[in-house]
Design a binder for this molecule. Sequence first.
Ligand SMILES: C[S@@+](CC[C@H](N)C(=O)[O-])C[C@H]1O[C@@H](n2cnc3c(N)ncnc32)[C@H](O)[C@@H]1O
Length: 359
Amino acid sequence: MCTMCNTTIDQSKSDQFAEQMVSHLNSAAITAMCSIGYRTGIFDIMGEKNPATSLEIADKAKLNERYVREWLGAMVTGKIIHYDPDTKTYVLPQEHAAWLTRKNSPNNIAVTTQWLHVISSVEDRIVECFQKGGGLSYDEYNRFHDVMADESRQTVVIPLIDRLLPLVDGIKEKLEAGITVLDVGCGSGGALITLAEAFPKSSFTGYDFSSDAVKVAKDNIDQNGLRNIDFLVKDASAFDDQEKFDLIFTFDSVHDQAKPDKMLKNIYNALKLGGTYFCQDIAGSSYVHNNVDLPLAPFMYTISCTHCMSVSLAQDGAGLGAMWGKELACEMMKDAGFSSVDVKELEHDMINYYYIVKK
Ligand SMILES: C[S@@+](CC[C@H](N)C(=O)[O-])C[C@H]1O[C@@H](n2cnc3c(N)ncnc32)[C@H](O)[C@@H]1O
């Protein structure tokens, strides 16, 4: 009997839940520490040299030993790193390094742990939004575009040519022959730059409304000396190209929009008849009860609530959020005028669906 509320509770269920909450606390803490391990390069160093003392690791990483040793404490008790008390040495098992080091990209889950920091950097402002409504602009988040580019390098840029393009029949041949390609909400442009290098006869254009992201993208073009690509600061809800592109991409950029319906209509208008709209967006159902067993659903709802939905609501937008889901996505694509939507999944990417859309 709960004496406070005068109701009977199942004590064993309650104890189990307390254990679940303790596990959540530890998981969140380990996630935060993995982000630090990634950014400081400790995982990479430990992936190369095992076993090593805290001093050896700190020296190699050019870091402060005391911080490294406390970080190692979290990693040892979190069962990510093994410790031998006799030799005072630490080991990152190769089976763990396979998911935590840069050389194992695109399987590096440590990249994704950085989101915890991005969203924590605005917690006070998000609490205000819970109280007063509204949202936050992209600029308010610490390191958003950096972390996005890192994430996108894994899920989009590295697998783009060998895994993503084959989802569209014959598209590689068309790119080799020379076609026009647009990426809407292109961020810092990693995907288009990779394509522009691989397919010199095709021409590539990227739109994003963030001048910071477009500047990084333009600097990347200069570094690569490419002539078949351009990036422009443009609002996805306001561009008015007509039947100009053979292939249009959006990578993880529809659900963030203030006016996703207008963006989809503009993409429809900009696509040539017979062209393809290739949309990568977060995997999930529009109905929360269908997402209960989705492995990353709590993570995705969290990023959505604190970032994706918020950046849209900041502009009085639709606030779809990352978990807008397949059902609503297909409906909105049909409403924009598209005649067919084929939803595909790829083994390397448990976060996204790939919508292959035809005019
Ligand atoms: C989640 S990020 C994805 C970036 C990039 N496609 C990638 O995969 O790395 C969403 C992008 O959409 C851009 N964006 C949001 N609203 C926009 C709008 N109305 N017009 C153009 N770009 C927009 C943001 O600046 C951001 O770069």
